[in-house]
Design a protein around this ligand. Structure first.
Ligand code: AMP
Ligand code: FE
Ligand code: FE
Ligand code: ZN
Length: 283
């Protein structure tokens, strides 16, 4: 069956491949296509679109939006929205601001104990602060300064929600974000709904609220979902009449997730494209 890996990150957010490299990798691996879903930004769309057109790869343009429910970080994939939609951009801008402030605070607190960790050093190659700053950027500085060996160790020992340096960030309620995505002509899919690596589970009532707001699907096939989790997602999808998707959540060398390890059938991607405002590239 022809299928597409619709959930992947580039160096525009916390992945390590540039958008063009991400598309190039999909091409070299002979994948049917790929999605670009950076955190809280559309900044990778243009370069990814150019590369996909040049290389004949199908590209599903999306974004992974930060939302928050009672202290839990909840990720919402949004496919093919209008990237110029005012309200969506204003919300994303506010999230990036909050990411920036929060990472600055975490950096200062870490710097008290790990003196080579400074905001100046973190941002010296990134003078424009309007990027979706995330803990992986701080993890990469901890690695390059020799304090930890990889991102996973950084998250386990220093950056996780129960760690001493953790600071919460603002993000909208998941159902509110679904409404905004719908207003922008996008197709909202809840990312990794019951990943056991994440904090407390999201109550089903929130999924019900998101459904009322226009949620389209749940991401079922994801590295952080075991067989039982996938069955549970399938059950929820049946109950709320949502589709199920799959994606790798590829982050380049930042995570073990391999491009193409989880996918979504092309027929469902075409259905997403019919509902979305921005066209699919390459079909
Ligand atoms: P933030 O955006 O600051 O909330 O950081 C969350 C991001 O960190 C997620 O999008 C993941 O890509 C990444 N992440 C979380 N846990 C790990 C881990 N154990 N190893 C590598 N990356 C991780
Ligand atoms: Fe990420
Ligand atoms: Fe995510
Ligand atoms: Zn992701």
């Amino acid at each position: 069956m022809t299928a597409i890996d619709i959930h992947a990150h580039s160096s525009i957010s916390d992945g390590t491949d540039t958008p063009a490299e991400l598309v190039g990798l999909a091409r070299r691996m002979n994948l049917t296509g790929v999605g670009i879903t950076d955190h809280d930004t559309f900044a990778g769309w243009e370069a990814a679109t150019r590369a996909a057109k040049e290389q004949g790869v199908i590209l599903l343009r999306g974004v992974e939006l930060s939302t928050s429910y009672e202290g839990r970080s909840v990720h919402l994939l949004a496919f093919l929205p209008d990237p110029n939609h005012e309200q969506l951009n204003a919300t994303m801008e506010r999230i990036r601001q909050s990411r920036n402030n929060r990472l600055r605070l975490m950096t200062e607190q870490l710097g008290a104990d790990y003196p080579r960790i400074t905001w100046q050093r973190l941002t010296e190659n990134e003078p424009d602060n309007d990027i979706p700053w995330g803990r992986p950027h701080l993890a990469d500085l901890l690695i390059s300064e020799g304090y930890v060996t990889d991102r996973d160790e950084a998250f386990r020992t220093l950056l996780g929600p129960s760690g001493p340096y953790f600071v919460h960030q603002w993000a909208p309620h998941p159902a509110e974000m679904v409404e905004t995505v719908k207003a922008a002509g996008g197709v909202p899919v809840l990312a990794h709904p019951i990943s056991k690596h994440r904090q407390r589970p999201l109550p089903e009532t929130v999924i019900a609220q998101m459904t009322d707001a226009g949620l389209f699907g749940l991401e079922r096939d994801h590295r952080e979902h075991d067989k039982v989790a996938r069955q549970r997602v399938q059950e929820l999808a049946g109950k709320y009449q949502l589709v199920t998707t799959g994606g790798s959540d590829y982050h380049g060398t930042g995570k073990p997730n391999r491009l193409g390890e989880n996918t979504t059938p092309l027929a469902l991607v075409e259905q997403i494209a019919e509902l979305g405002t921005t066209p699919l590239v390459g079909i």
